[in-house]
Design a protein around this ligand. Structure first.
Ligand code: AMP
Length: 395
């Protein structure tokens, strides 16, 4: 069984074709600058030469057709016809309160995705365009929506509800949803397999450009750091994370800007970028900090402090923790950041093997010492495989 995984952004489309017999990637690639000048497709077939073409892509429909052409190309292709594709799995950002599991797409599901445009204004419209483009290019093939909010949707009410008038939940479904759900589900699931204990208490730190943290017991999410939108929680590359809402009012009044502009600042110009003034890329910020840049030092200090604070609060929420797992760009590669975060966790009996930690870059590894009271792992996230598994299960 071959599953095509599609992840549409507003001007991009990432794809992977996965052979589910052995979960191997047959080909993957990316369409960039869809709908704007300079559109480009980069196609990477396993075991064959990569290729890239620059050709106009007016919309996602054109992009989907180009992806299918690349997959079936005589020289660079990996399949002969779309008949070989059993189903298509789509990453979809937001399903509001309606779906907490992956779902076979029909008109009702598309309506829910459309109804949630204002909860995910950048992603949901693009996700729907991608779905409709696949329906048009491969009529009759099953399409499955795997929602980024699904894992976090299962948190208990006490963790989900904001302490604001209840009518806003009733009227607009304002609650905490959590994001990066596919990653948290995959990585917590892989962590459980390693521990071999069904009801294990696991904290997953997804530290990438976007960053979030989840607590789960036996694979069921009990709390997660992102909220109604991905803005809540940890300090991120460009997002502020947790903040006193009165800060918005103060800055809006003093800078004479409206709340939309303020949210743009909190989403795109804050986080380690805003604090350091250097970059949103942790490698640049680290380099600046090593060279003595005080704001870069402060940004990294605040970043790891926030992660450690969340780990402490989730340990309290679960009354213990069996394993802490790091994933995503920073979590998988930044050995120093992992070590510095774990330095806060001595009170939990966390002990890191520095040598193992230094070697664990972008690969699966247990980095805690044998006598550590809590297991600490690095597990690369694989959202595409998680989406493909969910799609296979449904079709
Ligand atoms: P992601 O969003 O998961 O792709 O993660 C992207 C982030 O990972 C980038 O902003 C980088 O700062 C960070 N990153 C990637 N590789 C490294 C590395 N070797 N050391 C530190 N940070 C890294």
């Amino acid at each position: 069984m071959k599953i095509l995984v599609i992840n549409c952004g507003s001007s991009s489309l990432k794809y992977q074709l996965i052979d589910m017999e052995n979960e191997s990637v047959l080909a993957k690639g990316l369409c960039e600058r869809i709908g704007i000048e300079g559109s480009k497709l980069t196609h990477k077939p396993t075991g064959k030469e990569n290729y890239a073409i620059e050709t106009p892509m007016g919309d996602h429909k054109v992009a989907v057709q180009l992806v299918l052409d690349a997959l079936m190309d005589k020289e660079h292709g990996v399949i002969e016809s779309t008949e070989e594709i059993t189903a298509i799995g789509h990453r979809v950002l937001h399903a509001g309160t309606v779906y907490s599991d992956a779902t076979l797409i029909n008109e009702d599901v598309k309506k829910v995705i459309r109804d949630c445009f204002d909860l995910g204004p950048l992603h949901n419209p693009a996700n729907l365009i991608g779905i409709e483009a696949c329906e048009a290019a491969m009529p009759g093939k099953p399409n499955v929506a795997v929602f980024d909010t699904a894992f976090g949707m299962k948190i208990p009410e006490k963790a989900a509800m904001y302490a604001i008038p209840y009518e806003y939940y009733e009227k607009y479904s304002i609650r905490r949803y959590g994001f990066h759900g596919t990653s948290h589900m995959f990585v917590s699931g892989e962590t459980l397999k390693k521990i071999g204990k069904d009801a294990a208490k696991v904290i997953v730190c997804h530290l990438g450009n976007g960053a979030s943290i989840s607590a789960s017991i036996g694979g069921k999410c009990v709390d997660t750091s992102m909220g109604l939108t991905p803005l809540e929680g940890l300090i991120m590359g460009t997002r502020s994370g947790d903040l006193d809402p009165a800060v918005l009012q103060f800055i809006c009044n003093h800078e004479n800007i409206d709340v939309n502009e303020m949210l743009n600042i909190l989403n795109k110009k804050s986080g380690v970028l805003g604090m350091s003034g250097v970059s949103s890329d942790f490698r640049d910020v680290r380099e600046a900090a090593d060279a003595g840049n005080e704001r870069a030092i402060m940004a990294l200090d605040a970043y790891r402090y926030r992660v450690a604070k969340y780990i402490g609060s989730y340990t309290a929420a679960m009354n213990g923790v069996d394993a802490i797992t790091f994933t995503a760009g920073v979590g998988e590669n930044d050995t120093q950041m992992r070590e510095e975060i774990c330095e806060y966790l001595g009170y939990l009996g966390v002990k890191i093997d520095s040598e193992k930690n230094a070697q664990a870059r972008g690969k699966e590894e247990e980095i805690s010492t044998p006598d550590s009271k809590v297991k600490v792992y690095v597990i690369p996230t694989n959202e595409e495989l998680a989406i493909a598994r969910e799609t296979k299960a449904l079709v």
